[in-house]
Design a protein around this ligand. Sequence first.
Ligand code: DAH
Length: 352
Amino acid sequence: MTADLHSVAAEALEAVSAAPDLAALEAVRTRYLGRGDGELTSFRRGLGKIPDPDGRRQMGQMVNELVQRVGDALDERQRAIERNARAQSLEMEALDLTRPAPPLRRGRLSPVTLAAREIRRIFGLLGFEAVDGPEVEYDRYNFTLVNQPPGHPARDSQDTFYIDDWRLLRTHTSPVQIRSMLIRGAPQRVIVPGKTYRRDHDATHMPMFHQVEALCIDEGIAVSDLKGSLEFFARSFFGASSVLQWRPHHFPFTEPSLELELACVVCHGSGCSVCKYSGWLELLGSGMVHPQVLRNGGVDPERYSGFAFGMGIERAAMLAWGIPDMRLLYDNDVRFLVPETAIDGPSERSAP
Ligand code: DAH
């Protein structure tokens, strides 16, 4: 019995030092020290069969000692395993605050912002001051005061986001012409980039888009001033060799009205699906400010005249950089975000 006891105890101690983790260690504990039926503790049951009281006591002491020793070894091994685990996790989670951070990617600007900045810069060279106006506008400013009386097709609720009977989301930047005349009077030169809203959504229209408006009022302003200024702008923005043409048009707020067209940037005039086989792309609307509009802004049309123009900024960016779908401008595709350092005219820049 003694020999058995010692060999079981030796086996138990070996199992303890071989246990790789806490679960294995717990299994060793149950196997050898389990209450009642542990391989070591069950020697206690055999003690009753030893007839000699001295022998029984000695044997009992030995069992107790070995149970104690295996128990101590188990506790010691448990502490060692826990120590190791802690050291390992500390090493894994180590954070070196002195290490250099990974480089940050620089913020970029969208083609719409770049185009708006470039337009402002070019008109700045001609002495135009950039101003803005409210996006929630009175019906009166958006339509009536720019000669779009009630019943005009542009007022159709299909095109306009109305807020109530008096207010709407401006459908163009033209109401700022009225506001600027009322604030600044004459003479003045302003450029107005800003957000505009229409109930439209497809490859070439967004419900929110950007327009830029310009207004130039002074004594003796003529169509030649309009054409000179806008051709200077178009050649600065689209490149010195851009081919341009003027067409008569109609806008309620200008008389006469002219549209500026750019030879198709894709086919250069020979005709393709982009220009609908006309060879030309519509660029902007313009004209001499209607005398009634001047009057509505408090400017005397007997003394002053002026020219105005309006243009979609998304469209200008699409033409300058060959972007085929307006929705791409709002998809957060990082390839469309050219570096902020690209401050040359769009004509000098490659496609974003
Ligand atoms: N407001 C016009 C539009 O949204 C654009 C426009 C055309 C503005 C001619 C003007 C202009 O100032 O003279 O389509």
